[in-house]
Write a protein that binds this ligand. Sequence first.
Ligand code: NI
Length: 184
Amino acid sequence: MIYPIIMYGDPVLRQRAKDIDHGADMTQLIEDMFETMHNASGIGLAAPQIGKSIRLFVVDGTIIDDEPGLADFKKIFINPVIMDELGTPWEYEEGCLSIPSIREKIARMERLKMRYFDEGWNLWEEEFDGLKARIIQHEYDHIEGKMFIDYLPPLRKRLLKGKLADISKGKVETEYRISAPLKK
Ligand code: NI
């Protein structure tokens, strides 16, 4: 099932998402999240973006042809915890399915160490770097109630204010179904 994607301005994107009960059957929801993400040509999707305030996100970098480093990067993260972020901050232009039409350069740390469960409730402790770390940091922020535009300098954010207001009203072009909090 393809869910509509929740737009910027919806309170669900600002909540700290709740842990999922250990052992819960996530099969259907995970399948739906991949379907929803692929339908929107996204490389990451967090549960709050489909209106569920739970600590789950999926990533799939395998659809990006020009990033060979992501060829095997299709994963599910349940109840993830970022334990450490290391290295030097680097900038990269990010976008978000919940903030369509806006792309901005954001600085994030190079590497991270995390712990998470997969769909079979196996516990993993793993390190990621580069674009993989970047995608994880972006999605992890979603389950913490954060969004990438929060990192922008105040002036830059002010310049985007009108565009963000339009997105909250659903006045934005997308190739996927959206749910906008202020749509009349
Ligand atoms: Ni996002």
